[in-house]
Design a protein around this ligand. Sequence first.
Ligand code: GUN
Ligand code: ZN
Length: 486
Amino acid sequence: MQRFEISDKDAMGRIGRLETPHGKIETPALMPVINPNIEFIPAKDMKKFGAEILITNAYIIYRTPELREKAIKKGVHGVLEVDIPVMTDSGSYQLMVYGDVEISNEEILKFQIDIGSDIIVPLDVPTPPDADYGTALSDLEVTLQREREALKLERGDRLLALPIQGSTHMDLRRRCAEEVVKMGGDVYPIGGIVPLMDTYRFYNLVKIILEVKSVLPSYAPVHLFGAGHPMVFALAVALGCDLFDSAAYALYAKDDRYLTPHGTKKLEELQYFPCSCPICLEYTPEELRRMDKDERQRLIAEHNLWVSFEEIRRIKQAIKEDNLFELVECRIRSHPNLLFAWRQIREYGWLLEQYDPSMKHSFLYSGVESCYRPAVLRHHERVLNVELPDKDEIIISTDEGVLADFYLRPAFGVVPIEMLESYPAGHAEIPPSELLEDEALEIAVQGLKRFLDHHSDRRFVIVASGKWLEFLKDLPENAVVKHDKP
Ligand code: GUN
Ligand code: ZN
């Protein structure tokens, strides 16, 4: 049965609905992690921040006799005192951190089923980044074996998550993705990535997501396991991730760290709160610093939740307005590692192309990454099929004051007159070429060269001025460049 329905799309992101036994949730969704042992922010208060679904740890419940007894009697929803969907994790994270867990795959799966979890997770093996190939491969075989075992269990209408592992070995990530799709899960978490996020290795993170997405079908809901920092949400959604889970709100608060969509602040360095959540309106950083530790940590955790859910809503609105690329291009400027991680989309144009809607309202240029959007690539393809006027010499001008058959625009390259007013080239807000990064002109000229080669039997005059002249070199023989203002 298809449990995931997609209603809106932008970049590789989407707004969807995932059906669980406790009702539908809207994605992208952030699942706050509830530690069933520690009453920090009670699960029942999570709704007020915007949570529609929670995640807790079945292994911790299982290992704590009072909780286990209560869970068997009243279910996991009874333990957390909520009636919204609850996903349970299996203890794999403990396996990663402590190297061992005292439970079998089958036991923890059956326990999750018994306590009425909405989304159950097998005991996958999270291989850390940079593991040697042999280790990653043998861990992967164990993971896949456990996932096959999970499929055999009667689980009623509960959803089954089939995590994707493989460390930083891209062929293993792809292979795992292929296998789990063949098995047919309900949710596909990308696992083993927390160490990458903790060390800001976003390059590897983005690569893994893109490789996995290149294998998964578009209708598969993807969970980014352990991603809870709002600075990565926009990027991850734009790459096609639908679910996040956050212990970050609590873990960071315990070290007096304050989350923002641009990164993390230490409470000690803040004179002002750059936020208008109820906590930041009521207190100053100095007042928080003077509080006792427990109270302070709870308030920081609350702020962390407010900003995290605010970012999720902002992303959903960006999808509705089809400007998710613009939002991501802002967010990646918060850290250089995000910036060059995102630039990898350049090598995955064929993949983004499959997802990104071809009609949008506008195109706001924010840097060279804007040139890597599918809108630009598509334009370069499309213009090759435009019919040429029946003339001996076809005029292409860089200056729109000059009468010509085609114009040369940054990023987009050759634009026929009839496309001057339409999306994307005609709706693009791009700074004047004189002020622009060279790459935006280089990409345009690459497009021009393809266009000229494509029409090698025709003759072209390129009327150019200013900075364009530096880039209009080594053109094919069917083109001559004329200075616009000699
Ligand atoms: N939590 C964070 N990372 C992981 C992972 O790789 N697997 C599971 N099951 N839980 C996680
Ligand atoms: Zn705040």
